[in-house]
Write a protein that binds this ligand. Sequence first.
Ligand code: FNR
Length: 185
Amino acid sequence: MSLRIAVIVGSLRKGAFSRAIALALKELAPPQLELNIIETGDLPLYNPDLDEATPLAPWQRFREEVAQMDAVLFVTPEYNRSVPASLKNALDVGSRPYGHSVWSKKPCAIVSVSPGGMGGFGANHHLRQSLVFLDMPVMQQPEAYIGHVNDALDAEGKVKQDNMRSFLKTIIDSFADWTERTRPQ
Ligand code: FNR
């Protein structure tokens, strides 16, 4: 059984550590998972006034791409102890129009990253708060707060530490299991 996973990266930066970790997770994923990064950088800030008869094309594109997926993997840095605005905006866009959220019931997991020592704990848990409201079963364990992420990557953004590779493998294998157990049948 193939499971399609939407990967939402919380950074818009070209050389983002979070994107590098997302790509490493894609490489390490077991064969039944197909990871697809869904871009968020072109989404205008959500405004319900612009979401009436004809929604903006980037919002429509984003909603359609997420809707086709079985589950969602968030890989994000922390901005000011919370979620980057682009990620929160993507959540808001996908959650509307009211009653038509593309997030509802999709299993999900969060991997937070930081060059600092706390591994994006604040972003990880603020994101969890929104995901509870969005009715997404969030993987509880193992938790993934990746501190000193820059030390784990080489100049090309590839994982250079064996212990990090094996941690990421544990995360993505656990997420495959979580998705199989909790996705709507
Ligand atoms: C940061 N950074 C940061 N790091 C952290 O651990 N906790 C924080 O609260 C913040 N706050 C913050 C705010 C803003 C506006 C920026 C631009 C950055 C640093 C951040 O972790 C670092 O820039 C990472 O490299 C961002 O992740 P990507 O873009 O490499 O994925």
